[in-house]
Each structure stands twice: as structure tokens, then as C-alpha cells.
Design a protein around this ligand. Structure first.
Ligand code: SF4
Ligand code: SF4
Length: 202
């Protein structure tokens, strides 16, 4: 005789199937009707890349390393972004700015090498938040597809914005950052607005 430890057990139903259940036809027709009804619904799929889905204004895509209003790289290779990165996707090497390189690098220390492994990155945006120099931002650009894993490690050639192709990141600015920039002592953090180059400040 089986021992019953609790009184929570349920007796399995042993219901005998009806004739219509045994021939499965009603169930098959019901399933086909559901499938058929989807023919008249709007398809949720898009014909990418001809059609592109709209992204949220705060979409976090490929990073950019910003230059200042004079065209110098803002990054000072402090490593804060690498420390903040939960995926350990960022690595860098530092160098000391030489005399005459003031137009290239804003601070005395700069990143001679800066890499982000896009396969490790989870696009959380913590590097952007950690950066004290407003040097790194995530943009609405999509990381390219590649065939080799190594090509997903993006160096400065892909991350630093081009002098003649500035990337607008103003929509990623918070109110606090905008207020911070109004302080005269932090004027070096002013975002590039296109005027500096035209005035020949570079
Ligand atoms: S977005 Fe997040 S995961 Fe990607 S590099 Fe920045 S901190 Fe790391
Ligand atoms: S991107 Fe910002 S946080 Fe990262 S090393 Fe450069 S200055 Fe520091």
C-alpha cells in the first residue's frame, strides 16, 4: 500500500475522449483558422535594410570619442570608463603630450591607444556616465556587421570623430551637464558647435 505523505496529491483525470476529439479534425480546423487569420494582420517584420525601424531618441549605439571645439581629443586616458565598464570591454594605453601637440590633445595625458571590444560591450552607457571629460558618448549609429571577430575591436581610427564629420551628441546631454557647462571654469567642456573651425581656431 502506497504511503501518502500529504493530502495535496490530485488524482489524474482518466476522461475518455469523445469521437470528435479522437479524429482530431476540429482541432486541426481551429489551428488552420488561427493561421489563416494572420494573413490579414499587419506584418511585424520589416524588409531590412531597405526599411529601417525608428529608434528611440536615447538609443545607445556605437561610441564616439569626441574632440573639443578646437579639434583636440578630449580623452585624457584617465581610465574611469574602463573601470566603470561591467563587460570589461575597454582597454587603453596612455602617453604624455609633447610640446606642439596642444592642438591634438586637450590634456597633458592622452590615450595613445584606446580600444572597445564591440562583442563584449552591452551598450549600457556606463562609460559615458563615468567620463569626467565628456569624451565618450554612445551614438545612434549601429555597429557594422563583420566576418572576423578581431574586426569588432574598435580602435581610435573608428572611435575618434573625424575633424570634418563631427557627431552631434547633444541629445545625450543631461540637464545637469548642460548647467555644468555654464560655469566659466568648465568652459573647455563646451560642445563643438561648428563655429570654432570656421573662425580658424584649429
Ligand atoms: S557601453 Fe557599457 S559595456 Fe559598452 S563599453 Fe561602455 S560601459 Fe562597457
Ligand atoms: S573616455 Fe573619458 S573616462 Fe575614458 S579614459 Fe577618456 S577621459 Fe577617461
Amino acid at each position: 500500500m502506497a504511503i501518502q505523505l500529504t493530502n495535496r496529491s490530485k488524482v489524474a483525470s482518466n476522461k475518455v475522449q469523445s469521437f470528435s476529439e479522437r479524429i482530431y479534425l476540429p482541432a486541426i480546423v481551429k489551428g488552420m483558422l488561427i493561421t489563416f487569420s494572420h494573413l490579414f494582420k499587419k506584418a511585424p517584420t520589416l524588409q531590412y535594410p531597405e526599411q529601417k525601424r525608428e529608434y528611440a531618441p536615447v538609443y545607445r549605439g556605437q561610441h564616439v570619442l569626441k574632440r573639443d571645439e578646437n579639434g583636440a581629443e578630449r580623452c585624457t586616458s584617465c581610465g574611469m570608463c574602463a573601470v566603470a565598464c561591467p563587460a570589461e570591454a575597454i582597454t587603453m594605453e596612455s602617453g604624455e603630450r609633447k610640446k606642439g601637440e596642444e592642438g591634438l590633445y586637450r590634456e597633458e595625458k592622452y590615450a595613445t591607444k584606446y580600444e572597445i571590444n564591440m562583442l563584449r560591450c552591452i551598450f549600457c552607457g556606463l562609460c559615458e556616465e563615468a567620463c569626467p571629460k565628456e569624451a565618450i558618448f554612445l551614438t545612434d549609429r549601429i555597429v557594422d556587421t563583420e566576418y572576423e571577430r578581431d574586426t569588432f575591436v574598435y580602435g581610435k581610427d573608428k572611435l575618434v570623430e573625424k575633424m570634418d564629420q563631427r557627431i552631434d551628441v547633444t541629445k545625450r546631454e543631461t540637464l545637469e551637464v548642460a548647467e555644468f557647462k555654464k560655469i566659466p571654469g568648465t568652459k573647455h567642456n563646451t560642445l563643438y558647435d561648428g563655429k570654432a573651425l570656421k573662425k580658424g581656431k584649429q
